[in-house]
Ligand binder design. Structure first.
Ligand code: FPP
Length: 250
């Protein structure tokens, strides 16, 4: 029964035309909680729980990469209690993901600048990445202390070092050279970007990788975003004509 229901929900999704890489800006946790008279932290907890279902469903459909914006380089400006809560939640998620997403065959990676994170989180990231690295399912990038501009600065520094070492001619730098220095090196560009809670901006998320991504903005707050909403976003993605700067049927 359950299986048949799932089939019905996704039967109009073309499994041969799935986005390869989905980026998600999980916005609206705070407002979700406030509406229910709960502390903001309750919104983050609900958002983290919902995320597991979304990753599981994306993996079931056959999506290869998903990147979720969990903590930005700007989020340190939030009250200390909220930052501490988010860091603990992330630590717990990384620990738990070794087991709870194991059945889903999910490979977990963290992207972003690690040196500002606590030793405990840095160590847990390495542990979780190593434990899940041989899995064959979806790659889940958790953007943690991540900023698109910081990522580009990081890439620029590495390219300069290579140029100074005589390994690279600055006049010959290509897109592929920059790609190689990003936290997502070796992964395809984001082709579907989802942002919840009605805001319509990138907020420093994957500035390079989303260049040609289809953006879908959903009014629901992140904790209300369900696998059916993911299906709808994929249907919208599949209904769009992607031209990459060219013309259709040229
Ligand atoms: C934005 O909502 C959300 C965040 C800054 C944190 C996102 C984190 C999670 C969903 C949970 C932790 C993630 C993982 C991977 C375990 P907001 O707080 O800005 O909401 P608001 O705009 O309504 O205030």
């Amino acid at each position: 029964m359950f299986f048949r229901k799932k089939q019905k929900e996704t039967k109009d999704i073309d499994l041969n035309n799935l986005p390869q890489h989905i980026g998600v800006i999980m916005d609206g946790n705070g407002r979700w909680a406030k509406k229910r008279g709960l502390p903001r932290s309750a919104g983050h907890s609900a958002g983290a729980e919902g995320l597991k279902k979304i990753v599981t469903e994306a993996n079931r459909l056959g999506v290869k990469y998903i990147t979720v914006y969990a903590f930005s380089t700007e989020n340190w400006k939030r009250p200390k209690e909220e930052v501490d809560f988010l860091m603990n939640l992330l630590l717990g998620y990384l620990k738990d993901a070794e087991r709870s997403l194991a059945g889903e065959n999910v490979r977990i990676r963290a992207i972003g600048s690690r040196k500002e994170l606590s030793k405990e989180i840095q160590e847990q990231i390495i542990k979780t990445e190593n434990l899940t690295k041989d899995r064959s399912g979806i790659v889940m990038n958790i953007a943690l202390n991540y900023g698109g501009r910081e990522e580009l600065i990081h890439a620029a520094k590495n390219l300069c070092k290579k140029a100074m070492a005589g390994e690279l001619d600055p006049d010959e730098i290509t897109e592929a050279d920059i790609d190689r220095e990003l936290y997502t090196a070796g992964q395809p560009d984001v082709d579907l970007l989802i942002r919840t809670s009605g805001e319509q901006r990138l907020s420093n998320f994957m500035l390079w990788q989303v260049s040609y991504g289809e953006m879908v903005f959903v009014d629901k707050a992140w904790p209300d975003f369900k696998p059916e909403d993911l299906h709808e976003c994929i249907r919208i993605f599949q209904s769009r004509g992607r031209r990459f700067g060219g013309v259709e049927n040229a």
